[in-house]
Design a protein around this ligand. Structure first.
Ligand code: NAD
Ligand code: ZN
Length: 243
């Protein structure tokens, strides 16, 4: 249950802040129908995401990993942004200095219209060539062949996402650290806070003096960092926070 007192408190924090940052995770897209990794329906053919989203798994069996991505791309292609995504677009327009840091690779924030966005873990629609390095976006699903090949050089393409054990895109990471460090208000939304360095952004903000609001129906690793906790679904809580 969302308690009214916390909602009021969060509203007044939001009203008094010029530099607002939001960190989003898979939970924000759950109401659109995109499974989270830690939920039960995150499983595919009995594999755990941690066994598929790694450079080792891709080196061992690229076709298997691509089948999983093809399945996820097909699933995401059928989904639409939900009221939580749309509320974040509204927030971007109403706050003077806003940044959205996302761990999501589904592109739903971008589809909703978010522009000041830092996609820490890449984008599932991007295809990157392992041979010539060329990358491009392809929203078609399913792909014509698995694993897909580069039209330029014929080498194998990989999904433009960050796998477990890989480094994050350097510029996006630096910018995320920078904007977290000068936040006045930091919203941690729909993230378990289990993946680093994304989870640290909330801590960086907190240590720099920002107020932290968590929006999540469940307790998470970031709950202890939060000044205000809003227990509820982001698609329901965010519109109420703004409204
Ligand atoms: P996670 O799957 O570990 O955790 C999801 C969190 O969302 C949980 O804390 C859960 O309580 C919460 N949640 C569930 N439903 C919610 C709702 N309606 N509103 C608000 N919160 C809700 O996800 P994570 O922490 O983002 O990390 C997992 C990693 O997996 C990330 O690195 C991300 O790149 C990747 N991933 C991305 C997607 C996507 O792009 N949509 C989906 C699955 C996983
Ligand atoms: Zn190529």
């Amino acid at each position: 249950m969302l308690d009214e007192k916390s909602l009021k408190e969060a509203r007044s924090l939001l009203e008094g802040s010029r530099r607002v940052r939001a960190l989003t995770g898979a939970g924000v897209s759950a109401e659109s129908g995109v499974p989270t990794f830690r939920g039960h329906d995150g499983l595919w053919k009995k594999f755990r995401p941690e066994e598929l989203a790694t450079p080792e798994a891709f080196a061992r069996d690229p076709k298997l990993v691509w089948e999983w991505y093809d399945w996820r791309r097909g699933l995401i292609a059928k989904t639409r942004p939900n009221p939580g995504h749309r509320a974040l677009v509204e927030l971007e327009k109403s706050v003077r200095d806003f940044w959205l840091i996302t761990q999501n690779v589904d592109g739903l924030h971008q589809l909703a219209g978010s522009e000041r966005i830092l996609p820490l873990h890449g984008n599932i629609w991007e295809l990157r060539c392992l041979g010539c390095g060329k990358s491009g976006e392809d929203r078609r699903a399913p792909l014509p062949e698995l694993p897909p090949e580069c039209g330029e050089c014929g080498a194998m393409l990989r999904p433009g996402v960050v796998w477990f054990g890989e480094g994050l895109p350097q510029e996006t990471l630096s910018k995320s650290i920078e904007v977290s460090g000068d936040a006045e208000l930091f919203l941690a939304i729909g993230t378990a806070g289990a993946v680093e360095p994304a989870a640290s952004m909330a801590r960086i903000a907190r240590e720099a003096g920002a107020q932290v609001i968590e929006i999540n129906p469940e307790e998470s690793s970031l709950s202890s960092v939060a000044d205000v906790v809003l227990r509820g679904k982001s698609g329901e809580v965010l519109p109420r926070l703004l409204g």
